[in-house]
Write a protein that binds this ligand. Structure first.
Ligand code: ADP
Ligand code: MG
Length: 256
C-alpha cells in the first residue's frame, strides 16, 4: 500500500516483504526491503534471476500489495507511475502516433496539449517522420524509444523500467540505453531500472541496489560517482572508477 506523509524523500520503502501463495506452498520473494529515493534519482536494481526484482517493481507500482512493510511518498503525493517492460507491447495494428497516445486516449485525457507534447517528444527523439508508420516498420531501438514516449505521455512521476533493453542486440542496446537515459534526465524523471547488465547499471544510475537470491534481501547499496567530462552513458564507461564499480558488483553477484 502507498501511504502518504510529509517526508524528505520522494519515495521511501520500509521493510517490504512479499510471498506468493501457490498450490504447492508459499514462495517467499522479498524480505525486508528498505530504500529511499530522492526526486531525480536513477536507481538500478541488480540481482540473480528469479530473486524478486519484478515483484518489487510490481509492489512499487501498486499492482501487488506487500504482506508487510510500507511505501511512503513525499508530501502526501500519490505517485503517477510509468511502467516499461522488456517487450515494448506496442500495438502492431496502430500507428506510432496512436500507440504513444494510448494511455491518454484510454483515460479520455487526450488533449491538444498532450498531442503537442507527444509530437515534440517524437520529433526530439527522431521518430516524428515515423508517426504514421506501424511498429513493424521500425527498428527494435526505435520501438523502445516509442514505448518510452508512450510511458511519458501521462507525465508519470516515477518510471519503472523492468529489463527494457533485454530483447535488443548489443549495439542497439548501447545506443538505446543512452537515448533513454537522456530522455529520462531531460524530462527530470525519477526512475528505477532492473537490469542484468552491470555496465548499463553503472553508466545509467546514480544508485545501485544489489539483491540476494530469493527471497530478495538487500546485499548492498552503492552510490555511483563517476568523474568524466562526457556525461552520457557511453562517456561514463570511460570513467576511471567504472572498473572498480564493475568488479565490486561482479563479486557481489558471484558470491550471491
Ligand atoms: P526476477 O524479476 O528477479 O527474475 P520475480 O520477481 O519475477 O523475479 O520472481 C521472484 C520469484 O517469485 C521467482 O523465483 C518465482 O519463482 C516466484 N514467482 C514470481 N511470480 C510468481 C507467481 N505469479 N506465482 C508464484 N510464484 C511466483
Ligand atoms: Mg523479472
Amino acid at each position: 500500500m502507498i501511504q502518504s506523509n510529509a517526508l524528505p524523500y520522494f519515495l521511501q520503502a520500509k521493510d517490504l516483504s512479499y510471498s506468493y501463495h501457490t498450490l504447492s506452498g508459499e514462495i517467499p520473494a522479498l524480505s525486508n526491503i528498505s530504500f529511499s529515493l530522492n526526486s531525480g534519482d536513477f536507481l538500478a536494481i541488480i540481482g540473480p534471476s528469479g530473486c524478486g526484482k519484478s515483484t518489487l517493481l510490481n509492489i512499487i507500482a501498486g499492482l501487488l500489495e506487500p504482506d508487510s512493510g510500507t511505501l511512503i511518498t513525499e508530501n502526501d503525493n500519490p505517485l503517477k507511475i510509468g511502467y516499461m517492460l522488456q517487450h515494448d507491447h506496442l500495438l502492431n495494428w496502430k500507428t506510432i502516433e496512436k500507440n504513444v497516445a494510448l494511455g491518454p486516449i484510454i483515460q479520455k485525457k487526450y488533449t491538444k496539449e498532450i498531442e503537442d507534447k507527444l509530437d515534440s517528444l517524437l520529433s526530439k527523439y527522431g521518430l516524428y517522420e515515423f508517426k504514421y508508420k506501424k511498429p513493424s516498420e521500425l527498428s527494435g531501438g526505435m520501438r523502445q524509444r516509442a514505448a518510452l514516449i508512450r510511458t511519458l505521455a501521462l507525465d508519470p512521476d516515477l518510471l519503472l523500467l523492468d529489463e527494457p533493453f533485454s530483447a535488443l542486440d548489443y549495439q542497439t542496446r548501447l545506443s538505446v540505453s543512452a537515448d533513454i537515459s537522456k530522455i529520462i534526465k531531460e524530462n527530470h524523471k525519477t526512475a528505477i531500472l532492473v537490469t542484468h547488465n552491470l555496465s548499463e547499471a553503472i553508466s545509467m544510475a546514480n544508485k545501485i541496489m544489489v539483491l540476494s537470491p530469493r527471497p530478495a534481501t538487500i546485499k548492498r547499496n552503492i552510490p555511483i560517482h563517476l568523474t568524466v567530462e562526457d556525461s552520457s552513458p557511453l562517456g561514463y564507461r570511460n570513467a576511471k572508477e567504472f572498473n572498480d564499480y564493475f568488479n565490486l558488483l561482479w563479486e557481489d553477484l558471484c558470491n550471491a
